[in-house]
Design a protein around this ligand. Structure first.
Ligand code: ZN
Length: 393
């Protein structure tokens, strides 16, 4: 018999505000929403969440799960994702990518880590490829990776407008995007091309060129780091208003903000104010990626490691400091990425969807408990230990 849990009396954000509801979970799925649901104690566990909010598990659409860069030499290689960090910050779904370094880290490493995270209870997807062109693959082509590898949903993040990029030409970008698109059509996936946009002078121009010189729709591209500076944000807003999606990076440092980055939560507000339909805006963490700070002359000044925890941090900041509505901010980290990337069962609270849920205390905006595919992974502020038990008082 599947494990059954009834969460009672929480205010449910699905992400739209459904008011106070009871949510019944059976096995890995949400089976029912309603008022006055009851569960006999011999059938399962009932949690009273009166006064709390229930939100979907966050969908982090860009995480360097096997570590990202290391632009300060080998000793600066960033570490792999610890799933505890994801669960304790409300993230239950991640999309894993390689990054700057696809030389000492390979798609085989990425695949192994993706499988490990799945076994550890996280819902995990991955992109084939990396920053580089020609694109590295597992099976020999972008098309066959997406078609034959179950949770490979696209390709990237391919880098443009960055001194760390392979400087792909327009026709090369178009070719990769069209391979991903056709593979997606054949396999029932979105087949997006995730694009890392650097702080180079070209900004989004290569993308606009690719759209102008091909029959590809703007939705095929998923440009990230659009909050990197004001000029890029302005161009990104135009891209989103013309039918594309834009992704803001939540992880940052004081040094990066001082050098001109727009905080993700602030960028979210500016984009909404500028008239971008909210469903076209996503925030992702860039977790485990490197956060390098380069001098004007290209020399590395410092390097930090990005964290998946930044995603909930920017959700909170968007609401508390930027005045974005909770529902709009929540959509940017739940239903929007799930829809854009075609992650069925993710990013919402409704009967039939995966039971990925967080209980949030609205008085201090802290996460109390997190369930991933029907299992508590973080309970009343405690993580599981290596044996899968919750620490005792
Ligand atoms: Zn990137």
């Amino acid at each position: 018999m599947p494990k059954i849990v009834l969460i009672k009396n929480a205010r449910v954000f699905a992400p739209e505000d459904l008011g106070v509801q009871d949510v019944l979970v059976a096995g890995e799925k949400i089976s029912q929403l309603g008022e006055g649901l009851e569960l006999p104690s011999e059938l399962g566990e009932t949690i009273d969440a009166s006064g709390a909010w229930l939100i979907p598990g966050l969908v982090d659409s860009l995480v360097h799960i096997a570590g990202g860069g290391g632009e300060g030499g080998f000793a600066s290689r960033t570490p792999e994702l610890d799933p505890v960090e994801a669960f304790s910050s409300g993230v239950t779904t991640v999309v894993g990518v390689l990054g700057t370094d696809a030389t000492t880290r390979t798609l085989n490493d990425l695949y192994g880590k993706f499988r490990a995270l799945c076994e550890q209870g996280l819902s995990c997807y991955m992109h084939t490829g990396s920053y580089e062109f020609p694109v590295m693959t597992v099976t020999g082509s972008v098309r066959s990776d997406i078609v034959f590898m179950q949770n490979v949903i696209g390709v990237g993040e391919l880098a443009i407008s960055d001194h760390r990029s392979s400087q792909p030409r327009t026709e090369e970008l178009v070719r990769v995007a069209s391979d991903a698109r056709v593979a997606g059509l054949l396999s029932g996936k979105k087949g997006v091309l995730s694009i890392h946009v650097g702080d180079g002078k070209g900004r989004l121009d290569p993308l606009f060129d690719a759209l102008e010189h091909s029959d590809l729709p703007a939705e095929q591209f998923y440009p990230t780091h659009i909050n990197r500076n004001r000029a890029l944000l302005a161009q990104g807003i135009e891209f989103a208003k013309s039918g594309g999606y834009i992704d803001f990076t939540a992880s940052t440092t004081d040094a990066i903000l001082e050098s001109g980055e727009v905080r993700a939560s602030h960028a979210l507000k500016l984009a909404i104010q500028a008239g971008v339909p909210v469903e076209r805006i996503i925030m992702s963490s860039d977790g485990q990626g490197s956060l390098p700070d380069f001098c004007e002359n290209g020399l590395l000044k410092s390097l930090d490691v990005a964290s998946v925890a930044s995603l909930f941090g920017e959700l909170r900041r968007a609401v508390q400091e930027e005045g974005v509505s909770f529902v709009d901010a929540l959509r940017s980290v739940t239903s929007n990425p799930a829809t854009v990337l075609g992650l069925g069962g993710k990013g919402g609270i409704a009967a039939g969807l995966d039971a990925d849920l967080s209980i949030v205390d609205p008085s201090n905006f802290e996460i109390r408990s997190v369930m991933a595919r029907g299992n508590w992974q973080y309970l009343e502020g405690k993580c599981r230990d290596a044996l899968g038990r919750f620490a005792q008082e």
